[in-house]
Design a protein around this ligand. Structure first.
Ligand code: URA
Ligand code: SF4
Length: 201
């Protein structure tokens, strides 16, 4: 039995497992639908997120909301979180030991939600499933990990101000409904398959 999201969030808000706990205003556990089929994983809270304790509420979040809307989703449909739950000072990159310290919370969130599709936003969440890969090479390409589909995408903050990347992430997002549909159907096929024993006859 996995921990509930609320219980995980409570532990995140009290967490002092890494240095980022010392400079945060609020930890940002993540939010959204506990039964979400699709989960978005960013990098780390920024200034606005640290102030509000909520993920993707600044400019990058606004852009993400717009892209979701265009494919018929809103934030209440999905679950959104980050690789590290506390803001790195000055928005520096999260350090390997901070990512490692925080990883169990993300593991637990994934176990609680059991999404069909995970979209990684930026290279830090991408590295969890695609270590050593380059985002310029693999963005938008869905890959199956057991019964989970993971789709790496550019970070919306990077894409927001660079026209070429912006067009790229918008095109990748536009293909998401199809990927979600396919993941749904794959699960149904699995569920409809007869149990192993019956296939002997
Ligand atoms: N960028 C992220 O990676 N996460 C947020 O929550 C906000 C901005
Ligand atoms: Fe804990 Fe993660 Fe915050 Fe570090 S970033 S203090 S591990 S919740």
């Amino acid at each position: 039995m996995s921990a509930t999201l609320a219980e995980i969030a409570d532990r995140v808000c009290d967490c002092t497992k890494c240095e980022l706990s010392r400079s945060r205003t609020h930890a940002v556990p993540g939010e959204g639908n506990p039964d979400a089929e699709i989960m978005f994983i960013g990098e780390a809270p920024g200034w606005n997120e640290d102030r509000q304790g909520r993920p993707f509420v600044g400019a990058a979040g606004q852009f993400l909301n717009e892209m979701l809307e265009r494919i018929g989703l809103n934030r209440a449909d999905v679950f959104i979180t980050n690789v590290v739950k506390c803001r790195p000072p000055g928005n520096r990159d999260p350090l390997p030991d901070e990512i490692a310290a925080c990883a169990p919370y993300l593991d637990e969130q994934i176990a609680a939600i059991r999404p069909k599709v995970i979209v990684t936003l930026g290279r830090f969440s991408m590295a969890r499933w695609f270590p050593g890969e380059r985002i310029s090479r693999i963005h938008g390409q869905a890959r199956q990990f057991g019964d989970l589909v993971v789709v790496p995408m550019y970070h919306p903050a990077a894409a927001l101000h660079q026209a070429a990347l912006r067009a790229t992430i918008e095109a990748d997002m536009a293909r998401l409904p199809r990927i979600i549909d396919e993941a749904r159907q794959a699960k149904q096929t699995e569920a409809a398959a007869p149990p192993e024993q019956m296939r002997l006859f």
